[in-house]
Design a protein. Structure first.
Length: 714
């Protein structure tokens, strides 16, 4: 229900007159006022003229950091002009998909001094010149300056103008007012027509229906009044009606579609939009026609609810893609059903070349000739990427004229080459090919350009993720020992398994450090977190422990010194660590822990126990804490297992239970070689699945003789 301007709360009625005047002065078809409440980061729709709340609802609240013409205008403090559907699709792909209609748009901010109070958006039909006229810019500038000053004054007086929970919809201005006699004659005239006539308001509700229209759709006039056709008539639900209504209101262009009225009557609906609503002309298909009339739309153009749903689903799922391979798979698997191309190739820009990362409907041999093409090559994909201009070829003859040396794949007869640009940076190119000639009407081109923009953004995010992942993996690989040294009297093996989710990197680490001819120090630890920061801190701790241990420092003192170093670094992260000084010649080991999971000890007779060492505080909490040490026997045949908590922690399961299960697994695997034993422990059936944390495992077996001088690799 529309409210009169006088009913607007909070003083907003002061904006109604100026908005109407501004819309009339610049010749726009619709105007939208958005306000930014003090201290908020969301700009909210406050007033609308020339459109309905139903159409404006998706844009009622827009984050100030979003990419839209209005928020860009507010950030840049200047007018933003979008000269049509294709430009909207290219610059604002999400809006291009959500509003796939032909219209022009201007957005400008309300400012005063250094403050930004919101902004205004005006819409024009496509008959407007490609650029704003000087008088139109001046009128918009004057309206924005005046509104900005009004908002500033209201705020200074302690009564800021704030948007209501729903925006105020200004009633449309009427071109003329008819007298009662003239109105009755108009109704009689429409009733005498043999075709159906409806009047819709800007909200899509029926405000008039003649008897012929009611007879054609199979409903009473009284039942139709005040309702939306696609909500009242079941056979119009899911049809093109609502999309065509939106297109008519926003573009102010006539449009039409055909729908089947049960049981077998095809009806054509012609929509003629105006400032106050839409006139609908309904006609029945002539008798004897076997097929319904067609409007020539592509299956994925606006008005086809199935195709539009597929496109919106693809847009939504792209936001969930993580790596480049995920994006490539989504595009290949979902864009093909939505648009029906017989071929698809997704390319990324990589150091001056185009690399193919996803494809459908091509042979590998054919694509190999284009994979790795330099951007200097004269090909449609490189041209699209370097110029930022999409290319559409409706037939092979059209393609051949532009590129005489082109090699045709199979029976392909139409192509679209779309640049993938994100934040002004070239990301790649998308190639679609079709077996049949294809006209690529404007609405389809705009939708494809919008999708290309979303794919570019998804690829840009995915490449950043992959780069971070590779950096993290490289960092951790460099920090972990490539091989364990050979220590006389010890047989050792180690494993590292990254987490199954996220960045696949953490702060888990291990090391085996020779101290002198007879002794070595084993260390295992886990830095809090799963990111590059955790890995970098892990490297610092491992270096510190290595330096202290090489000097022959006892395990408790190594932990104390490392703890003081962490206090100096102040990384804001905690670390668990366990250190074992190994002396196989004396058959002894000395252990100290800083909050680390207890080691497992399997004696030569197979008896296995969980070593409950005196607890020590995690590193990085208290720089003055001491770490007690414990001596244990290390006779030949003894196996010491050091591990991180990823091996034993599982949601909903007590860690003592999983640790006991791991000890049982170690006890039952006494005949295995060390490498086989390491593989068994990291993959034992009691381990949490999927693994949500990194796992590090270091196994040490005391031997009666000299160990292999080459040691064991991870």
């Amino acid at each position: 229900m529309e409210r009169p301007a006088s009913a607007v709360a909070g003083g907003l009625e002061r904006l109604a007159g100026p908005l109407r005047c501004a819309v009339q002065e610049v010749g726009a078809t619709a105007g939208f006022i958005f306000l930014l409440p003090p201290g908020e980061r969301v700009v909210r729709l406050a007033m609308v003229t020339g459109a309905s709340w139903r159409i404006a609802a998706p844009w009622a609240r827009v984050a100030t950091d979003a990419s839209t013409p209005l928020t860009d205008a507010m950030r840049e403090r200047r007018l933003e002009w979008v000269a049509g559907q294709e430009e909207m699709a290219s610059r604002y792909p999400k809006m291009g998909l959500a509003l796939p209609y032909d219209f022009m748009l201007a957005a400008a901010p309300f400012t005063s001094g250094t403050s930004v109070w919101g902004g205004v958006v005006f819409l024009w039909p496509m008959g407007h010149p490609p650029q704003l006229r000087r008088r139109e810019r001046d009128a918009i500038d004057a309206f924005c300056r005046g509104t900005g000053l009004l908002l500033q004054q209201a705020s200074d007086q302690g009564n800021p103008l704030l948007p209501a929970s729903e925006p105020h919809i200004l009633p449309p201005a009427r071109s003329r007012t008819a007298g009662s006699a003239e109105g009755l004659e108009a109704v009689e005239f429409l009733e005498r027509l043999p075709v159906g006539c409806w009047g819709l308001d800007l909200d899509g509700r029926i405000t008039f229906s003649n008897a012929a229209a009611a007879d054609l759709v199979g409903a009473g006039v009284a039942d139709l009044m005040g309702t939306r056709p696609w909500e009242t008539l079941p056979w119009l639900q899911g049809s093109a009606f609502e999309e065509r209504y939106r297109a008519a209101v926003l573009s102010r262009r006539p449009t039409s579609f055909t729908a089947l009225c049960p049981p077998d009557q095809w009806l054509t609906f012609h929509l003629y939009p105006g400032a106050s609503g839409i006139s609908v002309h309904i006609t029945a298909r002539p008798a004897g026609q076997e097929t319904p009339p067609t409007d020539g739309r592509s299956p994925a153009e606006p008005g086809d609810s199935t195709g539009h749903h597929s496109l919106m689903h693809l847009a939504a799922t792209l936001t969930e893609a993580v790596g480049v391979n995920d994006v490539a798979a989504l595009v290949a698997h979902q864009l093909v059903p939505a648009f029906g191309p017989q071929g698809l190739a997704l390319m990324v820009h990589d150091e001056g070349r185009l690399r193919i990362v996803g494809q459908s409907g091509y042979s590998s041999e054919f694509l190999d000739r284009y994979d790795g093409s330099p951007l200097t090559a004269d090909t449609p994909p490189t041209h699209a990427l370097t110029t930022g201009i999409p290319s559409f070829f409706t037939s092979f003859e059209d393609f051949k004229r532009a590129y005489p040396a082109v090699v045709r794949y199979g029976t392909r007869n139409a192509w679209a080459f779309l640049p993938l640009i994100a934040s002004g940076r070239p990301v790649g190119a998308l190639v679609l090919s079709y077996d049949q000639p294809r006209p690529f009407p404007p609405a389809e081109r705009a939708t494809l350009i919008s999708l290309a923009g979303l794919i570019a953004q998804a690829l840009d995010r995915a490449r950043l993720y992959d780069a971070k992942h590779q950096l993290a993996h490289t960092l951790q690989t460099a920090l972990l020992p490539k091989a364990l040294p050979g220590i006389p009297g010890l047989d050792v093996a180690a494993r590292y398994l990254p987490a199954g989710q996220g960045m696949d990197i953490g702060g888990d680490f291990y090391d085996l450090i020779p101290c002198d001819a007879d002794t070595a120090t084993a260390v295992i630890g886990d830095v809090q977190g799963h990111n590059v920061t955790a890995a970098a801190l892990m490297g610092q701790i491992r270096t510190a422990v290595h330096a202290y241990a090489t000097l022959g420092t006892p395990p408790g003192e190594v932990l104390a010194r490392t703890n003081r170093l962490m206090a100096d670094l102040d990384p804001g992260l905690f670390t668990s660590c366990l250190i074992a000084r190994l002396d196989p010649s004396r058959q002894r080991a000395c252990l100290a822990t800083a909050g680390h999971p207890p080691p497992l000890l399997r004696h030569p007779d197979g008896r296995t126990e969980i070593l409950r060492l005196p607890p020590g505080l995690l590193l990085g909490i208290d720089p003055h804490v001491a770490y007690p040490a414990t001596d244990i026997p290390l006779r030949p045949g003894t196996v010491l297992a050091l591990y991180t908590d990823g091996l034993v922690e599982a949601p909903g399961i007590d860690i003592d239970t999983t640790t006991a299960a791991l000890a049982q697994q170690l006890a039952h695997a006494e005949d295995l070689a060390m490498d086989d034993l390491a593989d068994t422990l990291v993959h034992y059936s009691g381990r949490p699945t999927p693994c949500n944390d990194d796992i590090a495992l270091l196994l040490i077996r005391a031997t009666p003789g000299q160990a292999d001088a080459t040691g064991s690799r991870q």
